[in-house]
Design a protein around this ligand. Structure first.
Ligand code: HEC
Length: 127
């Protein structure tokens, strides 16, 4: 009898321990927003991390590799309108709103998008 009770307790504990799962993925950690966003130090690393697999030289436009990304994004205000993130195709792509969602695999956290938006709204400097 004692053995049976022990068995039932162990089974219950075991089931409880394995029944926890995430319905959704845990949120990405919040990336702090710098006072002054640097294109080379804060923005380019984001492209390196999640964009240049496709947006490389000779790949899909815009070319987001370090040597070419700034001019590719800002030439003729095609992707970036300095001072106007909301009106920039780059922002629309990151939001998946008015352009195909980038990166296609899944939307970035708000805190990462905020870094790009601040860089654009602060004048899209090559700093
Ligand atoms: C898996 C490959 C892939 C990755 C990763 C990727 N892109 Fe793209 N991107 C594409 C393709 C393909 C297109 C063009 C076709 C389309 O509209 O879907 C595109 C188009 C774009 C455009 C132009 C949109 C337009 O309508 O002209 C921008 C801006 C862009 N991507 C930015 C990014 C940024 C920023 C990242 C990283 C956060 C990124 N992409 C990651 C494949 C990718």
């Amino acid at each position: 009898m004692k053995k049976t009770i022990q068995y039932v307790i162990m089974l219950t504990v075991g089931l409880m321990a394995t029944s926890c799962y995430y319905d959704t993925m845990p949120p990405e950690p919040v990336v702090p927003l710098p006072d002054v966003v640097s294109y080379s130090e804060d923005v380019q690393p984001l492209w390196n991390e999640s964009c240049i697999g496709c947006h490389k030289s000779g790949g899909t436009a815009p070319d987001l590799t370090a040597a070419n990304s700034y001019s590719a994004l800002t030439a003729n205000n095609k992707y970036v309108v300095p001072g106007n993130a909301a009106g920039s195709k780059l922002h629309k792509s990151l939001m998946g709103d008015g352009a195909a969602l980038m990166p296609p695999g899944g939307k970035w956290s708000d805190s990462k998008i905020a870094i790009v938006d601040k860089w654009i709204n602060d004048g899209a400097l090559n700093n």
